[in-house]
Design a protein around this ligand. Structure first.
Ligand code: HEM
Ligand SMILES: [Ca+2]
Ligand SMILES: [Ca+2]
Length: 311
């Protein structure tokens, strides 16, 4: 069932103030994705990490100063790749030349993410506009708002539910792991010492575990080592993630948990069988994520630079 759209955002927000908004973002995202194919996954994760901490307000873009540590420097955000930030900054630069001081970084990230999902073969969804950029960004606000792979299913579900996202919506969003990478350290602990003594233990397909151990053998010396989230179709936005989870080809401990938990198992079944059902659910959940906690009016500002407050 459809939720009411966000009452204060509109699809025509920049029609008069910046008529070339959509076109400029489209050109920037296309060029960036062609020259750096990892951009789409980078932006999608960046968007999730922005929205779940205080709403979709570009709080994650702000750089730390001598006086305060910003969200971007919270440990969980240190692995956010530069390409996600870069695509937004490029669009912002172009937009500041065309319509200075008009378009928020939060709106650019929301539209860029949608465009990049579509470029990878994923579903289109509507992105409403008129978000303001945050007036704060504190590293200390991050903890507890973002899921970690080492969390239990209960903890992860709690985070989503505390923000009004159902298990169904969470399961749709998880499908984002159909693209992109994970660093070896995110799953190494379950890779090297896994014993199948508890039901909650990871259930890697044995040959997959062996190939991951090989790919990650040097990860302590070389922390940049990373592997595809989706071994089968790493560069295509599709429903393969759920098929992988079913077969023990999931990467993270939080991926494996989905097929053993009674609350989530049915969605793994459904979305692995029916890509349309996944695409519809993902599009709706992303529409909802895109308006989560947005700020309008005086509760935010349109930043001149995405990485710094105006004052
Ligand atoms: C629900 C629990 C989730 C957990 C525990 C989790 C955890 C992770 C971890 C550990 C990584 C690897 C990061 C790295 O090593 O650089 C990752 C990557 C990624 N995550 Fe998640 N994630 C979750 C949900 C989501 C959601 C809801 C989205 C988006 C809607 C998302 C999008 C992504 C993307 C696109 C990547 C690849 C990033 C890249 O290639 O640069 N994740 N996730
Ligand atoms: Ca935020
Ligand atoms: Ca895929």
């Amino acid at each position: 069932q459809r939720r009411p759209p966000h009452p204060l955002l509109t699809t025509t927000y920049y029609r008069k103030s910046c008529p070339r908004f959509e076109q400029i973002v489209q050109e920037t995202t296309t060029n960036k994705q062609i020259s750096s194919p990892t951009t789409a996954a980078a932006a999608l994760r960046l968007f999730f990490h922005d929205c779940f901490v205080g709403g979709c307000d570009a709080s994650v873009f702000v750089s730390s100063t001598r006086f305060s540590q910003a969200e971007r420097d919270a440990d969980i955000n240190l692995s956010l790749p530069g390409d996600g930030f870069d695509v937004v900054v490029r669009a912002k630069t172009a937009l500041e030349l065309t319509c200075p001081g008009v378009v928020s970084c939060a709106d650019i990230l929301a539209v860029a993410t949608r465009n990049l999902v579509v470029m990878m073969g994923g579903p289109f969804y509507t992105v409403k506009l008129g978000r303001k950029d945050s007036l704060t960004s504190r590293a200390s606000d991050v903890e507890g708002n973002l899921p970690r792979p080492t969390m239990s299913m209960n903890q992860i579900i709690k985070i989503f539910e505390s923000k009004g996202f159902s298990v169904q919506e969470m399961m749709a969003l998880y499908g984002a792991h159909t693209i992109g990478f994970s660093h070896c350290k995110e799953f190494s602990s379950i890779l090297y010492n896994y014993s199948r003594t508890m039901e909650s233990d990871p259930a890697y397909y044995p040959e997959f575990a062996a190939s991951l151990r090989k790919a990650c053998a040097d990860y302590q010396k070389n922390p940049t080592l990373s592997v595809f989230n989706d071994v089968m179709t790493p560069n295509k936005f599709d429903n393969m993630y759920y098929n992988n989870v079913k077969k023990g080809l999931g990467l993270l401990s939080s991926d494996h948990a989905l097929s053993s938990d009674a609350r989530t198992r049915g969605y793994v079944e459904l979305y692995s069988r029916d890509q349309n059902a996944f695409f519809q659910a993902f599009a709706r959940a992303m529409e909802k994520l895109s308006v989560y906690g947005v700020k309008t009016g005086r509760r935010g500002e349109v930043r001149r630079r995405c990485d710094a407050f105006n004052n």
